[in-house]
Design a protein around this ligand. Structure first.
Ligand SMILES: [Zn+2]
Ligand SMILES: [Zn+2]
Length: 266
């Protein structure tokens, strides 16, 4: 019996111009522009559609000085997904750029690692340095979903539905998880912030916002073990994803790309 196959899409919603030195502990010897893109990811099967992460909204973009390129609802609708119909959302971690827009998904159940909630509500948030990437309102919104019966917790590796599993990696945030999806191309790993850029997992480098450097580096081995090949690993913030994968359909170039097909250059 074969597991269900999913189509996988990266939907870009935001952008931030910055220098390469800002993306690596220890800086970058060839410092130059290295912008970050912001994405959510949709997994579309015959029976169901799942979403990985929910991005930030325009107000948060303004506060954090990140540009919204297209609102997330528009990106989803461009491939025929109605946000209010989504029933399953995996949250990789609780950083502001992965867990906003909570009113867009009134019918969704959220899947989160135990230790991410513990981290985002516990003693580490007493330290200004560690709470920089978190927003109190986002964390409170997730607590409210717990009390509304809309959160399922996971501890380590777990199956969300047949063909889609989550894996705790930690590192960048204590309860950060990646997602492994069964596709016609093989096992695609949506790394989210376990590897912001290709350069991180390919070169063993580390993004500056980090709870545990050892877990970041060990996590790269986990990504490679889970994925059918290194080319099946999709970093969380790399503009190259849009260049390497084909548009989901004509007119969506640079916005929504298809990840369950081979990259454009082989
Ligand atoms: Zn993050
Ligand atoms: Zn992020």
């Amino acid at each position: 019996m074969t597991s269900e196959l999913y189509e996988v899409y990266a939907i870009r919603y935001g952008h931030h111009d910055r220098h390469a030195r800002e993306n690596f502990i220890g800086g970058d010897p060839h410092d130059g522009p290295q912008p970050l893109d912001y994405f959510v990811w949709a997994m579309v099967g015959a029976e169901r559609t799942l979403l990985l992460d929910t991005g930030f909204d325009p107000a948060m973009g303004e506060k954090r000085q990140r540009r919204i390129t297209k609102p997330i609802a528009e990106g989803l609708q461009a491939i025929g997904i109605m946000p209010d119909r989504i029933e399953t959302i995996i949250v990789s971690h609780l950083h502001y750029d992965h867990t906003g827009n909570y009113d867009l998904f009134p019918n969704a159940r959220y899947h989160l690692q135990d230790c991410e909630m513990a981290y985002a509500t516990g003693r580490c948030m007493c330290h200004p340095h560690l709470r920089i990437p978190f927003e109190a309102e986002d964390v409170v919104a997730m607590v409210r979903k717990v009390f509304a019966g809309r959160v399922t917790f996971h501890d380590g590796t777990d199956e969300i539905v047949p063909g889609i599993t989550v894996h705790r990696i930690g590192g960048h945030s204590r309860g950060l998880q990646c997602v492994c999806v069964n596709t016609r191309r093989g096992q695609v790993v949506l790394a989210s912030d376990t590897s912001h850029l290709y350069a991180h997992f390919e070169q063993g480098r580390v993004f500056p916002i980090t709870y545990n450097v050892g877990e970041v580096l060990e996590g790269y081995a986990t990504l490679k073990r889970l994925a059918s090949s290194p080319a099946h690993i999709i970093p969380g913030h790399d503009p190259l994803v849009l260049a390497r994968y084909p548009a989901a359909r004509n007119g969506l170039e640079g916005w929504v790309v298809r990840l369950d097909v081979e990259p454009k250059n082989g």
